[in-house]
Design a protein around this ligand. Structure first.
Ligand code: ATP
Length: 441
């Protein structure tokens, strides 16, 4: 096993169609990325896994898909208009721009090396502004949402009144968010356009002390279930300097990315701050009347907030490996858990001729309704296996001359590279079983 670097991941992503720089033929756009044929499958699989685990597997969580553009007062109420800022400095010599909290201002500029060249720090609001309608005046300003959570708070009453939920319950949402990040390095880790998977859990004041550890536990187990190696995940509790003034407690789940331990997801105990703010700014009642106790209160919130695109980078970093083969060369392989692999089953005829290609194509068509499949008949079979290893396909089915005689095929396992002979009629249950028994070695 050799060291996983960001450059290796970026290069594989480009080579195999996972992720491209946005607008590459025009020189690229900083902080924006396109998900190619493999990337979109991987991202959708992670998204669907989160949605299933957070909504279908919990009978007290419902879904929402709020719009990206919201009333500008929402962002005044939430504090984003006045507080969602990063301190920014410029180098007066080379014009490079940095986040003041990520750089030592006493040292020379890391880009041009000049001393005492930084401007005084000034606050820079991270929200993207645009205008709604034909007028470009200040009255028409709207923002691209910098987080999905506010859509959930603003719709709290609508959901409560239109579905049969009772406190405690949660609302889950996946969608795009936008932040005008000053420094966008480390590939898709921090981009200006990204996706979030957030859940706000509403509970009776006082019970957040039970729900907060419950959700911390659920969220860490989620990553284990997704197949991420536990030793690459850890907790970081926010210290007094990091905690938002209204928050009771906050923990981040960190992942060991190629550039070090970094935040993957936040689990926050947010009190009744958000709903109270929206009650104040909208003038609408945000209280909940408990039908059993007749108590009226503004619910407390425990939030789980994960980056979907950051989860994609985690999945790639965790899966990436370069192995020495017995033949003495290097095999690049993505050890994705089968449930998130972009392609689950590849069907490869040993050779195209003698009816093998046709047999394999028909088999691949039959398997499509059960699994995401891929058919490849060009080049030496060893090269085709390597291509599948590089996109993390867990099972390669090979059709050979014996298949035509006795309706059996070989199934090659990506991680061990071992092969087993299986009857065609047993392929689907065999793979389901192998999925259930999958363990990362
Ligand atoms: P930071 O302080 O690093 O800018 P944050 O603590 O403000 O980030 P949150 O607002 O808590 O981040 O966002 C929740 C999650 O959304 C993060 O854990 C991360 O996974 C994801 N996220 C936030 N900003 C970005 C971004 N610019 N690009 C990709 N994902 C992001």
């Amino acid at each position: 096993m050799s060291e996983v670097t960001m450059d290796k991941i970026i290069s594989l992503c480009r080579r195999r169609g996972f992720i491209f720089q946005s607008s590459e033929i025009y020189g690229g756009l900083n902080g924006a990325y396109d998900y190619g044929p493999m990337g979109v499958e991987l991202k959708n699989n992670i998204r669907d896994f989160w949605w299933k685990e957070m909504t279908r597997m919990h009978d007290d969580i419902v879904g929402l898909d709020a719009s990206i553009l919201m009333h500008p007062r929402v962002w005044e109420a939430s504090g984003h208009v006045s507080n969602f800022t990063d301190p920014m400095v410029d180098c007066k010599c080379c014009k490079s721009r940095f986040r003041a909290d990520q750089i030592d201002l006493a040292k020379p500029c890391p880009v041009c090396g000049n001393k005492d060249s930084f401007t005084a720090p000034r606050n820079f609001n991270l929200m993207f502004q645009t205008h709604i309608g034909a007028n470009m005046d200040s009255a028409s300003v709207v923002y691209l949402r910098p987080e999905t959570a506010q859509g959930i708070y603003v719709d709290f009453k609508n959901v409560l009144q239109s579905s049969r939920v009772k406190v405690p319950f949660g609302i889950a949402q996946i969608g795009k968010s936008f932040r005008n990040e000053i420094t966008t390095k480390n590939f898709i880790f921090r981009s200006c356009e990204f996706e979030q998977m957030e859940m706000q859990f509403f509970c009776r004041p006082g019970t957040e002390d039970e729900w907060f550890p419950y959700w911390r536990n659920e969220r860490m187990n989620y990553y284990h279930k997704m197949g991420i190696r536990p030793e690459s995940l850890r907790w970081h509790q926010h210290g007094p300097d990091e905690l938002a003034f209204y928050a009771k407690d906050a923990y981040d789940i960190q992942f060991l990315f190629p550039m070090g331990w970094q935040e993957l997801e936040g689990v926050h105990s947010r009190t009744d701050y958000d709903l109270t703010q929206h009650q104040k700014f909208s003038g609408k009642d945000m209280t909940y009347l408990d039908p059993e106790t007749n108590e009226r209160y503004i619910p407390y919130v425990v939030e789980t907030s994960a980056g979907l695109t950051r989860n994609v980078l985690m999945a790639l970093s965790d899966a990436y490996d370069e192995e020495q083969t017995p033949e003495g060369d290097v095999r690049t392989v993505l050890h994705f858990h089968p449930q998130i692999a972009p392609v689950k089953v590849a069907v490869l005829p040993l050779v195209k001729k003698d009816g093998l290609g046709e047999y394999a194509k028909n088999l691949e068509k039959d398997l499509r309704s059960s699994f995401p499949t891929f058919f490849d008949q060009s080049g030496a079979v060893g090269r085709r296996y390597r291509r599948m290893d590089e996109i993390g396909t867990p099972y390669c089915i090979t059709v050979d001359y014996q298949s035509l005689q006795d309706q059996t095929v070989t199934i090659r396992f990506r991680d061990s590279m071992k092969q087993e002979r299986v009857s065609v009629s047993q392929i689907v249950p065999f793979i389901h079983q192998a999925d259930m028994e999958y363990k990362r070695v």
